[in-house]
Design a protein around this ligand. Sequence first.
Ligand SMILES: [Zn+2]
Length: 363
Amino acid sequence: MHDISPRQGSFNFESDLPITSWLPDETLFSVAGRHHILSGNYHASQTFLQLFGHPRFRSHHDLPSRIDVFVENTRGVFGDARQVILGHTLLPFYLPLKSSEHLDVALSAMRGNRVGALKYQLGMLTNHFEAHHPLRACVTCMDEDVSGFHVAYWHRTHQYPLVWVCPRHGTVLLESTARQPGTHHYDWHLPQRSLLEPPVTSSSVLMTSGRGLLARLTFAAIGLAELATTVCLDRQRMTQIYRKRLFDLGLKDTLGKLDIGSCVASILDMAAPLREIHELFPLPSSPDTARAYVSRLCWLPAGNLHPTLHLFAIVWLFDTWQKFLAAYWLETSRCNQSDLASSSVSRDRQLQNIRKAYHEEFD
Ligand SMILES: [Zn+2]
């Protein structure tokens, strides 16, 4: 109720809205950054006030809030609230591993101004992971964007967790260093080469021979986000698929039981270079944590796992997202046929009971 209407400022949206359309795959943070620069705003608060109706609003470059105010203040030229949220924020990445109810909760929170609890509700803070999404850019995309659109901007696909390689150019994405000190927040800005650095040192295994692993994680993350609003992955089914895949890969001992020692060694081998990236530091780092991870994947409800741990498992076990998804649909089809069979059995039983009751009553 203490909001200050943008019309109380000196900004006239009828004539002064400096941009009125998205660039391809652009985030809301990027549009606000372009608005900030083209409006000649000096203070971040001016842009907050003009676009989000509050001068002290803090920018959430990943899951922004006050979207209803943004839509109203921009007269709907960027679409309605649902289109803005699902098309230009990081929310889609977190939806397929949650139930369908989470979509309504998230849309409601982001349209209003209370996104704090969302990070817990979407599982972003589980398993020691931080809800940190560093701003990332591809220098080749930046060059192409400058020549095509006269501006380098933030692509949504580059911002999804685990996307560390540009899916178009295969180059390792660079990370913005323009973060506010001690926080995970950024003031409005667009990609600049002088404010970008690689996620790890240039001598890291990831920067030399590990790009294949980063690329597989990248496409798995993009594949996951693409399922948003159409598919909610079933937790129990994922647990079954992980367990079956481990056996299919031959990770079992002479008695046919899961060979935990081999699993642990394989996990630690894959996780070690990835843990150099700050966001991936919570990946398993010791035999004990790797053993607990296998347990959670195979025997406990895997739905409580952070999405990063699911994607790590998918790449570890299936190599590519496509192979995982094919296994998932195969298992889904098998379960549906099994459900159909059991429901026809129960229908038969019902009919038998009705006939029995009929005969007892009338014979
Ligand atoms: Zn690129």
